[in-house]
Design a protein around this ligand. Structure first.
Ligand code: AMP
Length: 342
């Protein structure tokens, strides 16, 4: 998750809520991608450090448990600088230029100059972020599948050029056997997680760059106020006009957050014009507040010092794991003092 601001409900439903469930089932690494924030915000980095703390608090508030998973900051684990350089050597430019989000983001962020080496290369950084942990799975929503596919292609190319060195010592082989006997960088699979596309208050996808978000930290009055101004079914102009919750962004929120009983009332009331949009929005706000309240309470229970300690220990755990991979990568590429596999 990039620390370009506080997280919003889209981030929560699209990613965080899934992560909280996954931490019980898998050994998980979750990180705050501050190096990725640099790819677009390089000209003014003042927000990155404060936002990193806010995102860490959002993670903890949502229920990520540092006893169950590793939470760390990308820039504090130096292997995240090393592997991208090496993988950059073998990644053809064409692969990067055809990443769907590349042109899209350059167009969407026209006010920023993104014609940089770093921005073109962000999928290599992302591939490195994944492969450093030699994972079996990457939990992502559909919108991120293309990046994982590219990661698989980069891993495959690496493994073709640099098969696992044969002269590894017995300890390495033993550990390697638990990972993959042949390849240093096993190709990770997508673990497709449900990621409903949450609309923002203007009906477009909820996104920081559109200024249409409901943040995880928004207090109840703010949530209610934002809901009041939210766009609705455009065909329902007057109170007496029947509407269609399937064509209404507020209806989309109900589908994600409301109970089946409330949802039934929404469909019935909207289609028969027996409820107005104000009432319907009030019910949606009730549901959102119920989701947000426990998150905000948990979030407020952590001090800044505690968060720093959690990140500090997560950074160390991540670095230790990433270094194991780097030792295998350096050996396979013969980047050792003698040029031989160590
Ligand atoms: P971003 O900050 O836009 O890079 O998003 C971080 C994560 O949140 C990604 O996994 C996105 O898929 C997810 N996400 C962001 N916005 C939304 C949204 N409006 N609805 C659902 N998921 C979202």
């Amino acid at each position: 998750m990039r620390p370009t601001g506080k997280l919003h409900l889209g981030n929560y439903m699209g990613a965080l809520a899934n992560w909280v469930k996954l931490q019980d089932q898998y050994e998980c690494f979750f990180f705050i991608a501050d190096l990725h924030a640099l790819t677009t915000d390089y000209a003014d980095t003042s927000g990155i450090a404060p936002n990193t703390l806010e995102v860490a608090l959002d993670f903890l508030g949502a229920g990520l448990d540092p006893e169950q998973c590793t939470i760390f900051v990308q820039s504090q684990v130096k292997q995240h600088y090393e592997l991208p350089l090496l993988l950059g050597m073998i990644t053809p430019l064409g692969w990067l230029e055809r990443v769907p989000s590349y042109k899209e983001m350059i167009e969407n962020l026209a006010h920023k100059d993104l014609t940089t080496y770093g921005f073109l290369g962000y999928p290599v950084l992302m591939a490195s972020d994944i492969l450093l942990y030699q994972p079996q799975f990457v939990p992502v929503g559909q919108d991120q599948q293309a990046h994982v596919e590219l990661t698989r292609e980069i891993a495959r190319r690496f493994n073709q050029f640099y098969p696992r060195a044969k002269t590894q010592n017995a300890g390495d082989i033993l550990r390697a056997a638990q990972v993959d006997p042949l390849y240093v960088l096993p190709e990770p699979k997508v673990l497709l997680t449900p990621s409903p596309k949450l609309p923002g208050t203007d009906g477009r996808k909820m996104s920081k760059s559109y200024g249409n978000t409901i943040q995880i930290t928004d207090p109840e009055p703010v949530v209610r106020q934002k809901l009041k101004t939210m766009v609705t079914d455009p065909a329902r102009i007057r109170r007496s006009d029947p509407g269609d919750p399937d064509k209404c962004p507020v209806g989309d929120l109900h589908k994600v957050f409301s109970t089946p009983e409330t949802l039934a009332k929404v469909y019935e009331g909207c289609r028969s014009a027996s409820i107005g949009c104000i009432e319907c929005k009030g019910w949606a706000a009730d549901a959102l507040v119920q989701v947000l309240q426990p998150i905000q309470e948990r979030r407020a229970s952590f001090t800044g010092l505690q968060v720093e300690e959690i990140l500090h220990s997560g950074n160390a755990k991540a670095a230790a794991r990433a270094e194991q991979t780097m030792q295998e990568v350096r050996a396979a590429m013969r980047l050792t003092p003698t040029g031989a596999a160590s």
